[in-house]
Design a protein around this ligand. Structure first.
Ligand code: PEP
Ligand code: MG
Length: 570
């Protein structure tokens, strides 16, 4: 039986199903009479969790996992933790589990409010620590990955990253969870560790010890496998291994009829600088400037921004680097940027809206981008544009900044290209009106899907409704690409995750997207998939998708085509 879910970590895996019961009992909300005993239980739970983490650290060789586990341990050895728990128990007259829950929830909230990419991830770690301490408090026996002796696929209602803190990772062939999304902590970890993972799966039909198959490329889990099926799966896994090897030789994304597409990378993360040379990318299609702002208590200086941009663009050696101006707000907040709490931050005061109101602040980053443009091929991109007025206002500030640099005799590229993200439906709908105002578009499907379908991209409860192939979304994408095609000197890219999806690639090749910009890990795979397509044939096929009315019909048809064209690689 195939159980569908959301694809999170790429790859295929076959293994014995191990169901981890992650459900904790309900918190005891009664008034506590014996506070001393509760405090003792909490204290023991913390001590046992520390010992667990120490034991894990002792067995780990992977440095990243080691430092993650060390962070978890350090949270628990904080000198004030037990005192704080005691205060909560005394003030609230509550049981220990309520105190543990309250203590960690406060910490999680603090980290989330400081919001920056790094601290955001730490908030997710603290959720895992909360789980561990509560499990110790309730004396629930936790799953221990170190005891694994055979290949398994771990299944849980809500998987925590604790299960991956092991050097026994080779035995973990997949992760299946009912809750959680692409950006959950466990989701990010499985992606970076290369473990196939599928979330949003209804797990009630899976049984312990049965052999199951996980397809992280397509997003499903399959059980009740007979011998014939197992043989087919093993062959598929073999092909996947071959594909990984073949990817090492890939250079360009050339279709079978000789058309070459640009496949660039998204970045903004300084740790990725060194990898730029080792991946066959055709440029950077999205540099997320906000990553340089998030991890700080004060705003970065113009010189700092300039140095980082310069390092990246010099490494790119004349390949284009599109630098997006600050996309702050929404889920990305900085302590020093004054954005008040809002009922709907994704619809609120963010990105270009904030920058246009804070001209000097905006100019700091524009100056840095312009200065770096003297050292390579840089283009500027404005995020979250919802009107032509915003583009014109931003351009006026850009022109002012250029004049200032000229007066100061500072070099920059006077003809720097300026584009906008197409991530708000209004802009996609009026793409023909917007394109004369800019040099290029980059379609941001991560937000375009969210805003077009009114589905919060981070809300795991409704993640099944977050659909790239919603007919409304693909019409907006088509409209945007077609508007750009009327101009020889303009181009259109996509920097949302859809650009690396095997089915998304078919749609985009068929619509004539010029540039794919994907996660660095997906550059080679995206090139491979493009190179298996014939552009003309794909264009004709994609036309037929626009007669279909439901996501299922569209996806089924794309899947059929993908099987035919990608063959053994799909
Ligand atoms: C997008 O919205 O598709 C995008 C690439 O931007 P971000 O994910 O940073 O919002
Ligand atoms: Mg966006």
């Amino acid at each position: 039986m195939q159980l569908l879910g959301i694809k999170v970590g790429n790859g295929l895996g076959l293994g014995k199903c191990v169901i981890i019961d992650s459900k904790l009992p309900n918190l005891n909300q009664e008034v506590c009479e014996n506070k001393e005993e509760e405090l003792k239980k909490v204290s023991n739970a913390i001590d046992e969790a520390i010992i667990d983490y120490q034991n894990i650290i002792a067995t780990l060789e992977d440095e990243d996992l080691k430092s993650l586990t060390d962070f978890n341990k350090n949270v628990l050895i904080s000198p004030s933790i037990k005192k704080d728990m005691e205060n909560i128990i005394n003030n609230k007259n509550c049981f220990g589990d309520v105190a543990i829950d309250h203590y960690f929830n406060e910490k999680i909230k603090q980290l989330e409010n400081l919001d920056n990419k790094y601290l955001n991830e730490r908030a997710k770690d603290v959720k895992d620590i909360r789980y561990k301490v509560l499990a110790k408090y309730y004396k629930i026996k936790e799953f221990n990955p170190n005891t694994l002796t055979e290949d398994v696929i771990l299944v849980s209602h809500e998987m925590t990253a604790n299960v991956l803190l092991t050097d026994n990772i080779a035995h973990i062939k997949g992760i299946v969870s009912e809750l959680g999304g692409k950006t959950s902590h466990i989701g990010i970890l499985t992606t970076s560790l290369g473990i196939p993972s599928v979330f949003g799966v209804d797990i009630k039909n899976l049984k312990n010890d049965e052999l199951i198959f996980i397809d992280g490329n397509k997003g499903f889990v399959e059980n009740e496998l007979n011998n014939d099926k197992i043989k087919i799966i093993k062959d598929k896994i073999q092909v996947e291994l071959e594909l990984k090897k073949e990817l090492d030789d890939i250079k360009e994304a050339k279709t079978t009829d000789g058309y070459i597409f640009d496949v660039c990378s998204n970045t903004g993360d300084l740790t990725e600088l060194e990898r730029l040379d080792s991946i066959p990318l055709d440029g950077v299609g999205l540099f997320r400037t906000e990553f340089l702002y998030l991890n700080k208590t004060t705003p970065p200086t113009e010189d700092y921004l300039f140095e980082v941009y310069k390092k990246f663009v010099e490494k790119l050696n004349h390949k284009q680097m599109i630098i997006r101006t600050l996309d702050i707000g929404g889920d990305k907040k900085c302590p020093y940027i004054d954005i008040k709490d809002e009922a709907n931050p994704f619809l609120g005061y963010r990105a270009i809206r904030y920058c246009l109101d804070h001209k000097d602040f905006f100019k700091t980053s524009l100056r840095a981008i312009l200065r770096a443009s003297a050292f390579g091929n840089i283009a500027i991109m404005y995020p979250m544009i919802s009107s032509i007025e915003e583009i014109r206002q931003a351009n006026l500030i850009l022109e002012e900044t250029k004049e200032e640099l000229t007066e100061e005799n500072i070099k920059f590229n006077k003809d720097i290209k300026v584009g906008v993200m197409v991530e708000i439906p209004a802009i996609a709908a009026m793409a023909d009106m917007v394109i004369p105002e800019v040099d290029f578009f980059s379609i941001g499907t991560n937000d375009l899907v969210q805003y077009t379908t009114a589905v919060d991209r981070g809300n795991t409860t409704i993640s099944k409704l977050y659909q790239w192939f919603n007919p409304g979304v693909i019409r907006l994408i088509k409209n945007t690409i077609e508007a750009t095609k009327k101009y020889d000197n303009k181009f259109v890219g996509m920097c949302g995750e859809m650009a690396a999806d095997p089915l998304g690639i078919i749609l985009l090749v068929g619509l004539g997207l010029d540039e794919f910009s994907v996660n660095m890990n997906m550059v080679k795979r995206t090139k491979k998939y493009i190179s298996l397509l014939n552009k003309k044939e794909t264009e004709n096929f994609v036309k037929t998708l626009f007669d279909l009315r439901t996501v299922k019909e569209i996806e089924d048809k794309l899947n059929e085509f993908a099987k035919l064209k990608y063959g053994k690689y799909y």
